[in-house]
Ligand binder design. Structure first.
Ligand code: ACO
Length: 376
């Protein structure tokens, strides 16, 4: 008798590969990049250090970091054709759709696009990490009728993004908060967008195609798209005294509260702990604690009613909002950090590839006689 086939809906609990990048202990609420606790990295490291760590296995020495920052900053400019494309997009274009399209176009001006060697893929990873930030900032300015701001090679990746977005150099506090956000979002084991990137690469398609798949997957509201939905919810609720009732009504009508729950974490997402603290500090510093208080009330109500904890998307929403960033840029910002994890995963996938091709259980009609068109 054939062995019974078990369906793992949503691939829940299915281990598809080994990875040497990121470890999550969902019960203990622990996350590590290459063995380093996320809280240590958020406290002490910059995004550039984390990118190096993900791509090169070890934290950089001071000399390696200095050279890497220069190398990354030198790759920030985007081809004129991509600027032209962004200029031509409709004003209402979804920023994630714009990013997906622009990354796809980037491949057409990259002579190494179809070279799948490790060396070429590392060079393309650098270009992608440097340029996605430039694309997001340029898209936002162009839709507002402003010209893109040239990247400043003297600024860190985080500070330069905020500079390209606003045309003003951010203060040190804002730049560091944003840098920590990038550190926290850089990689996260076999999440949906990383998986889709790996699926695409597993056919030996190119890195740009894989990243385009990943961006399309991150866009969805059950994944990276949740952060902007969180902010819309907070604004809709409007004041902390309305939050409890709003959540009760939402849960009673079986609505999902965005920014809560996780496939892997069954306790607090350790990234949410850092983001909550930063959101509180920003709120107190700016003397405007409304969004933070609404968030806290939502959190305690969802915890009480459903036993669910906030994920990375919950407090990143009010953090970005208080940094003055538009709500529909929250998910592209996720992408401009996660590009590090996506590309590091792709290097692993190409180095030890097997086509990813699961099965499905057929439940349609059994074999039956064909009916000619005239007889139907
Ligand atoms: N609000 C209300 N109920 C929820 C939520 C939520 N946010 N999350 C899970 N649940 C409930 C489900 O309704 C389900 O209850 P039931 O068993 O009574 O039907 C139970 O918890 C299990 O939920 P599943 O959807 O089966 O869990 P899964 O692991 O498939 O989904 C997911 C995880 C998609 C993250 C889910 O928690 C969710 O929809 N959250 C809201 C969207 C969100 O914040 N996404 C970002 C995740 S983090 C990231 O991707 C960066």
């Amino acid at each position: 008798m054939a062995a019974e086939r078990v369906i793992h809906k949503g691939l829940d609990g299915v281990v598809v590969t080994e990875n040497a990048l990121t470890f999550i202990d969902g019960l203990a609420g622990k996350l590590m990049y290459r063995g380093y606790l996320i809280h240590d990295l958020a406290e002490h490291s910059s995004y550039e250090e984390v990118v190096w760590l993900l791509l090169n296995r070890e934290l950089p020495t001071p000399a390696e970091l200095a050279a890497f920052k220069v190398e990354l900053a030198a790759q920030r400019a985007i081809p004129e054709g991509v600027v032209k494309l962004l200029r031509s997009l409709p004003g209402q274009a979804n920023p994630m759709a714009a990013l997906r399209t622009a990354v796809s176009l980037l491949s057409l001006s990259d002579a190494e696009a179809d070279d799948n060697s490790d060396e070429a893929n590392r060079r393309k990873a650098m270009r992608l990490i440097a340029r996605i930030a430039t694309i997001v900032a340029a898209f936002d300015r162009l839709r507002d009728g402003k010209e893109p701001v040239e990247p400043d090679p003297e600024l860190s990746h985080a500070a330069n993004f905020l500079y390209m977005l606003t045309g003003r150099e951010p203060d040190a506090r804002a730049a560091r908060v944003f840098d920590v956000c990038l550190v926290l979002h850089a990689d996260h084991e076999m999440n949906a967008s990383t998986f889709s990137a790996r699926v695409t690469a597993s056919t030996l398609s190119d890195i740009y195609s894989a990243i385009t798949s990943a961006i399309g997957t991150l866009k969805g509201s059950l994944h990276g798209g949740a952060n902007s939905e969180v902010m819309k919810m907070i604004l809709e609720i409007g004041s902390a005294d309305r939050a409890e009732r709003w959540i009760q009504d939402a849960l009673a009508s079986k609505r999902r509260v965005m920014g809560f729950g996780h496939r892997v974490y069954k306790t607090e997402d350790p990234r949410a702990t850092v983001l909550r603290r930063m959101a509180r500090e920003l709120a107190e510093k700016q003397g405007d604690t409304d969004w933070f208080e609404i968030s806290r009330t939502i959190e305690s109500e969802v915890r009480e009613q459903k036993g669910l904890f906030p994920n990375v998307d919950f407090y990143s929403a009010s953090t970005y909002y208080m940094l003055g960033i538009k709500i529909d840029l929250f998910t592209p910002i996720f992408a401009l950090s996660r590009i590090a994890g996506w590309t590091a995963n792709l290097l692993e996938q190409y180095a030890d590839n097997r086509l990813i091709r699961p099965d499905s259980e057929y439940i349609g009609p059994q074999e039956r006689p064909y009916v000619p068109l005239a007889a139907r």
